[in-house]
Design a protein around this ligand. Structure first.
Ligand code: PLZ
Length: 447
């Protein structure tokens, strides 16, 4: 059985609004915040959260929102999942920190063992832990360069890999992530991805295009790694055409290039499997995890082939908080929940229900150009009817409309014209129906 959330009001089906959104207490906090927090740290919706439980977040004004974003794909097994909270709380009473690179502890080793068993493939692996997704990306690049002795890293169009300086060079979108933050790291190249809705290419054609760029613009002798999100997250839940990723990986393997799967948004139950790579028959050399791995506590991992991971010399990898014991304890509970709960089936149920409901919506709203995703990672793209031209602004209008009804939705896409769903896997079909009905109204109001 899956553990309930801490406050156990998960069975409710509708949001509850007690004030306007944002309410007076949130507005007062927002005033205070603007005097002490830089504007560069934005907030999609300035409602200040007081507690959270399962798929619900409740703000300081007592408004309860249905959270279909899970803090951007973090609280996958539900907000304040009881097992994760209990494990973290018990760990707090024992040891909060020693630093694994000073005096180690078992949890780090245990979680590395669990990842070794669950990443795709039968090869021997090693795992190094870090604090955030971007740090996992940084470490993967270090490891791939040290292993290959080559400099260049290729990322895909529409990719997002984080907000550290190296990751900024890998992101597709300059604004707002990179604007004014250069100089950026050299030897990062971006190459075309597979975006079936927009490019109309099958997997082989798209892979041939990507590989031609890699060969002509970089050359295999300098190429250390190719990094790909199996389903692009911030880029708009772009699901590559069948065969694209395996062809790309096969080319990497043939040429001694490390293939890195950024599973930071797609991994750990989100798509109904441990890793989304499985859906594409991928066996990545390195797999990156973060977000959902510790049920809301900060943790990230790089798991990969032993011979690649062991390339850096002792002391070459680490960091003060990487693999913090409290985060690790929560992560062990998350793995146990995923293993023994109903979460994988729930992800598939959510995917089937949501995509069916969205297809019915498309019949009524010509602006829905594409519906895509796997499991509890679904999205629709808004286009000028009859074309694939992005309908700018519409997605944020839908999200704002929904927020006023107590539904938290996230936008995505390089053109900002995608609505994405990253619900907690505790979300019921009835709760999804409430959200889709509100989206239906929002799309009608667009006309
Ligand atoms: N790789 C695939 O999705 C984080 C970004 C939120 P960190 N995505 C959410 C924002 O606006 O900064 C992400 C991702 C993929 C890497 C990252 C970076 O992970 O934990 O935010 O560093």
């Amino acid at each position: 059985m899956s553990a309930p959330g801490l406050f156990s009001d998960t069975s409710l089906s509708t949001p509850r609004l007690r004030t306007e959104v944002p309410g007076p207490r949130s507005r007062a906090l927002h005033e205070r915040r603007q005097r002490v927090v830089p504007r560069g740290v934005g907030s999609v919706l300035p409602v200040y959260i007081e507690h959270a439980d399962g798929p619900w977040v409740t703000d300081v004004d007592g408004n309860r929102f249905l959270d279909l974003g899970s803090g951007i794909g973090v609280t996958t097994i539900g907000h304040t999942n009881l097992a994760a909270v209990t494990a973290a709380t018990e760990q707090l009473d024992r040891v909060t920190h020693t630093l694994f690179t000073v005096t180690p502890y078992e949890g780090y080793v245990r979680l590395a063992e669990l990842l070794a068993e669950r990443v795709p493939g039968t090869h021997e692996t090693r795992t190094a832990f870090a604090n955030s997704g971007a740090e996992a990306v940084e470490n993967a690049v270090k490891i791939a360069r040290r292993h290959t002795g080559r400099r260049v890293v290729a990322a895909l169009d529409h990719a997002f890999h984080g907000r550290t300086n190296l990751a900024l060079a890998m992101n597709h979108k300059a604004a707002p992530y990179g604007t004014g933050f250069g100089p950026f790291a050299p030897d990062i190249h971006r190459v075309p991805n597979s975006y079936p809705y927009r490019d109309g290419l099958d997997g082989m054609e798209a892979a041939a295009r990507t590989i031609a760029h890699l060969e002509q613009r970089i050359g295999v002798h300098d190429l250390a790694a190719v990094i790909a999100e199996p389903i692009q997250g911030e880029g708009g839940f772009v699901v590559p055409a069948a065969g694209y990723l395996p062809a790309l990986q096969e080319w990497c393997t043939r040429n001694g290039v490390v293939f890195i799967a950024d599973e930071i948004q797609t991994g750990l139950g989100r798509t109904g499997t441990w890793f989304a790579s499985t859906h594409f028959d991928l066996v990545p050399d390195l797999v990156l995890t973060a977000k959902g791995i510790a049920g809301g506590l900060p943790l990230a991992g790089v798991t990969g082939r032993a011979e690649i991971m062991d390339a850096p010399d002792p002391g070459g990898l680490g960091g003060t908080f990487g693999g913090n014991p409290v985060s690790i304890a929560a992560a062990l509970a998350v793995f146990d929940e995923l293993e023994h709960g109903t979460f994988f089936a729930d992800a598939r149920r959510i995917g089937a229900h949501l995509s069916a409901r969205l297809e019915r919506l498309r019949a009524r709203h010509a602006v829905i150009g594409d519906i895509r995703g796997i499991g509890a990672m679904q999205a629709f793209e808004l286009s000028t009817p009859g074309t694939t031209r992005p309908l700018a602004g519409a997605a944020s209008m839908v999200a704002e409309f929904a927020a006023q009804r107590g539904i938290l939705l996230l936008t995505a896409g390089s053109d900002g014209n995608v609505i994405r769903f990253l619900p907690t896997l505790t979300t019921t079909d009835e709760q999804l129906d409430v959200a889709v009905d509100v989206i239906d109204e929002a799309l009608s109001a667009l006309r």
